[in-house]
Design a protein around this ligand. Sequence first.
Ligand SMILES: C[S@@+](CC[C@H](N)C(=O)[O-])C[C@H]1O[C@@H](n2cnc3c(N)ncnc32)[C@H](O)[C@@H]1O
Length: 275
Amino acid sequence: MQLRELTTELVERFKKVKIFEKSEAEFLATIPLGRRRRDAYLPIELSKRDVGKIMRLAKKRESGMPLDLVLGNMNFYGRDFIVSKSCLCPRPETELLVQWAGQNCSSSSKTLDLCSGSGAIGITLALEFGYNDVTLSDKSKRALKIAEKNASALGANITLVHSDLFKTVQGKFDVVVCNPPYISKKEYEDLQNEVKNYEPKMALVAGETGLEFYEKIIKQLPAHLNKNGKIFFEVGSGQAKSVAKMLEKDFENIEIKQDDSKIERMVCGTIREKI
Ligand SMILES: C[S@@+](CC[C@H](N)C(=O)[O-])C[C@H]1O[C@@H](n2cnc3c(N)ncnc32)[C@H](O)[C@@H]1O
């Protein structure tokens, strides 16, 4: 069978399960074979083994597994990150959080990516913005393992800490960047199965209101920030003002930033100096 026939067959099969984006078939037929999407319609003869491999992956996609997870990696800020069911697949909005922090702090800042998941935030700060003292921490050992693989594959020199929020994180930081779980229990119940079945609940759910992690983190932050230390949070839709309010007690220069869909998606603040 030729690659172009395989791609065409996948396009048709995917339509039957309401996957209408041709790109999905094109990526699936090429990336696992070490090729580029643009090769998808080339008359290249494939071995039976390669066809079998692609068909097995196609079945996973047809059963509802998101394409990034089927492929086992995804692009974030121009780099390929390994992803698995153990960690959240980083979202495009999070690239804006990285950009905001990266462009507004010194690359010599001692930086913590709290609730780091795949490590996309901290690793990108290190590689794209030259941050030279980055720590990633997460409560999930499995997510940390993925972050470790990503750091090693992409050549980022970072420190990894297994910790329930700040419990075992040592020292103080100049910058904390954090995309914590922020979905309420009720919202979680209403999520589509593609998310519920394939992304870890602990990466998503934050109590009854969705604000539980911000409350806990903001209380603990003053003890973990240096003078002029900054926090950059990603927040869920409709949460920015509540998070900004929580920051008011100990932080100043509080700012809210929108994502490309004009949703208030990020909040930052600078720790207020105690007089
Ligand atoms: C929304 S995901 C964000 C992952 C990654 N930072 C990103 O932006 O793609 C939240 C992460 O918080 C981690 N997490 C959940 N509870 C935690 C806790 N108590 N302490 C530290 N990390 C926690 C989860 O394992 C998950 O990796």
